[in-house]
Design a protein around this ligand. Sequence first.
Ligand SMILES: NC(=O)C1=CN([C@@H]2O[C@H](COP(=O)(O)OP(=O)(O)OC[C@H]3O[C@@H](n4cnc5c(N)ncnc54)[C@H](O)[C@@H]3O)[C@@H](O)[C@H]2O)C=CC1
Ligand SMILES: CC(=O)[C@](C)(O)C(=O)O
Ligand SMILES: [Mg+2]
Ligand SMILES: [Mg+2]
Length: 347
Amino acid sequence: MAKLNFGGVEEEVVTREEFPLEKAREVLGKEVVAVIGYGVQGPGQAMNMRDNGLPVIVGQRKGKTYDKAVADGWVPGETLFEIEEALEKGTIICYLLSDAAQIELWPTVKKYLTPGKSLYFSHGFGITYKEKTGIVPPADVDVFLAAPKGSGTSLRRLFVEGKGLNSSFAVYQDATGKAREKCIAMAIGVGSGYLFETDFYKEVSSDLTGERGTLMGAIQGIFAAQYEVLRANGHSPSEAFNETVEELTQSLMPLVAENGMDWMYANCSTTAQRGALDWWKPFRDATKPIFEKLYNSVITQNEAAISIERNSQPDYREKLEVELAELRDSEMWRAGRTVRSLRPENN
Ligand SMILES: NC(=O)C1=CN([C@@H]2O[C@H](COP(=O)(O)OP(=O)(O)OC[C@H]3O[C@@H](n4cnc5c(N)ncnc54)[C@H](O)[C@@H]3O)[C@@H](O)[C@H]2O)C=CC1
Ligand SMILES: CC(=O)[C@](C)(O)C(=O)O
Ligand SMILES: [Mg+2]
Ligand SMILES: [Mg+2]
């Protein structure tokens, strides 16, 4: 592992130079990697592994998603199977159903976890919350995770562009003595950039916090708050949307991604810099108690309980869709649709 300095803290990470694709192919060459589930992570990981020359098959129940797999080039009876058939053929089982669905299918999966096989996750959820999920793997299988830090959609897109998302990896159970090597090979194989090590508990705790926090929950919350204040004070939807969202995604976030926050600030006016430097701390102080509350809700397993309860209902998809539509149909995001349609590249 390469030792690198992250803001003054030394961490050991795995880079693609150190564990090249060739090595991943060597480690996984005699395995059959079975990707179970073809939702968001499933397609990204399976197609990246296929393009990386790894022996991969897909297991998916019949329906719309199965048809999508066919459209993506998976061949029924050769590389695409019903779930149980894929579970039987697979030696590394990639459990990429939704976290709630993993509970339901677990008794089936368990049957096929014969000694020497591996069970792979992309989240620490099922194992960490085993009292709630019932997911307790047999002692004679390897159990590990590689968790891409981003959407499966981005994992695939970046791979196609020759880039890669970073992933964390963790070994929970090493029955064969080869779990770690297989885990890293899988993490490289799915198209990751660099890899940082974690454990199942830390992965799920940080991930649930991040997606509820700055990555998804908090960002929509502060967008909505600012938009509402601008609108209440007579600004048009165009002005409010551009000043809240469009400028951030189109102009400023790419600069943050490129070279950090001070670089983005430095490329804005001194007027903007003065104000932003004055205001970021009050925003931090106002939101920190909410982040503390959130982290607490994660580690007390309250978030897991809610997620399992809500996403195990037979109509969970329809219910999520109603809530997504509420966002989509809000004035801010309807305004956004018009703004996007006016981007020069969309004309
Ligand atoms: N969505 C993402 O990009 C990310 C997901 N993850 C993790 O990856 C894993 C997979 O997540 P997603 O791809 O979002 O899953 P998903 O919600 O897209 O579902 C995956 C598959 O589960 C199947 N499925 C649902 N219920 C089923 C059932 N009862 N029986 C059989 N199949 C069923 C669906 O047909 C679909 O193919 C999870 O552990 C998630 O936390 C990790 C990083 C990002
Ligand atoms: C995309 C990702 O990494 C998330 C937000 O944690 C998830 O989809 O669960
Ligand atoms: Mg997540
Ligand atoms: Mg995540």
